[in-house]
Design a protein around this ligand. Structure first.
Ligand code: ACO
Length: 325
């Protein structure tokens, strides 16, 4: 007997305050035109003072649980992806656990920056496949506004805050017959030789303070296009599928040009690619579940659809997940 995980609920949350490109252009040497042309970003949401990553995560989690018809007490696993935890420790997942009323099972954070949600999904899926969890909450939540150097126009215009979550439930995999619904496969990679092209210049063991995000944008862009193309091929061929079988591509939202290049590579019409970067900017680990929640909520992603998610982030880390919804 083997198990497979199915997505049974999705939810998302964005902080109330919206910062437009025009607002940034009033205090920085930048313009709406430059930001839109280079990135596709028009605005981003920014958490209020005192609003923490755990607050965003709890809102998204509550919506995902409501969509699944479950409460926190029904869960036995929380995997929370974030690069902006509330504190150095404990894991933000444990704060979320207590606020959701979940007292058993386990809860921990995963740190893979923008690939974090794919890493967290793969982790939870493997717990379920081996029978160690039955109902898992997978969250991507970030407050990148707190680690941005707001004087650095090369990075601060690119990111936003938000959270997204999905609930996974264990189903017995019958094998054979009609294509099974659920997580078909996940594919994770890292290449630490490039850890210094996208990093935060602080942390408990280096400076003792939190630090600011630093990025060699062009280099990251070059790796992203190449590595994402590879991992997408890997996910499709592992399942004997082709790009034409896909109903939806839900990519990490880092740059519109990277998203468009992936759509072209897969020969997918633009309507099959879920895009939120214009409104959310890059929300790191939250971007994929935010995009998923939007496309499920408005009825684009339907049961039985084949959905491919992919992301690349600091580390470098990258990965993909193929799900029959
Ligand atoms: N407004 C106006 N001008 C700007 C801005 C700005 N906000 N930022 C940079 N510029 C200027 C630069 O100073 C430079 O000027 P110069 O030619 O006089 O020196 C010029 O614009 C071009 O800068 P580049 O950095 O070469 O611009 P590029 O076309 O590479 O775009 C960008 C930059 C948008 C950052 C792009 O490289 C990118 O998206 N990279 C990938 C980011 C990414 O994918 N991250 C994913 C992971 S994120 C994570 O894991 C946290």
């Amino acid at each position: 007997m083997s198990f497979r995980s199915r997505v049974i609920g999705c939810g998302a949350y964005l902080p109330e305050r919206i910062v437009s490109n025009a607002e940034l252009a009033r205090r920085l040497d930048t313009s709406d035109e430059w930001i839109v042309q280079r990135t596709g970003i028009r605005q981003r949401h920014v958490a209020a003072p005192g609003e923490l990553t755990s607050d965003l995560a709890v809102h998204a989690a509550e919506r995902a649980l409501a969509a699944a018809g479950l409460s926190g007490a029904d869960l036995d696993l929380i995997v929370l992806a974030t690069a902006t935890p509330d504190n150095t420790f404990p894991a933000t997942a444990t704060k979320v656990q207590s606020r959701l009323g979940m007292t058993e099972g386990c809860a921990f954070d995963v740190q893979a920056v923008c690939s974090g949600f794919i890493y967290a999904l793969a982790t939870a899926d493997n717990f379920i496949r081996c029978g160690q969890a039955r109902r898992a909450l997978v969250i991507g939540a970030e407050t990148f506004s707190r680690i941005l150097d707001w004087e650095d126009r090369g990075t601060c215009v690119l990111f936003g805050d938000g959270a997204g979550a999905i609930v996974l439930a264990s189903h017995r995999d019958e094998g054979g017959g009609a294509p099974e619904r659920g997580v078909l496969s996940t594919h994770l990679h890292a290449d630490g030789r490039h850890h210094d092209i996208l990093y935060v210049d602080g942390g408990p063991s280096t400076t003792g303070s939190c630090g600011f995000l630093r990025m060699e944008g062009k280099e990251v862009f070059r790796h992203a296009v190449h590595r994402l193309a590879e991992v997408v091929d890997e996910a499709l061929s592992a399942n004997g599928l082709a790009a034409r079988d896909l109903d939806w591509l839900v990519p990490h939202q880092a740059n519109r040009r990277i998203i468009d290049s992936m759509g072209r590579k897969l020969d997918l019409p633009a309507e099959k690619v879920v895009v939120t970067i214009d409104r959310h900017a890059n929300t790191s680990a939250a971007s994929v579940p935010l995009a998923l929640a939007e496309a499920v909520g408005d009825g684009r992603i339907k049961p039985g659809h084949l959905v491919l998610m992919e992301a690349m982030g600091g580390g470098l880390t990258w990965g993909a997940a193929l799900v029959r919804w």
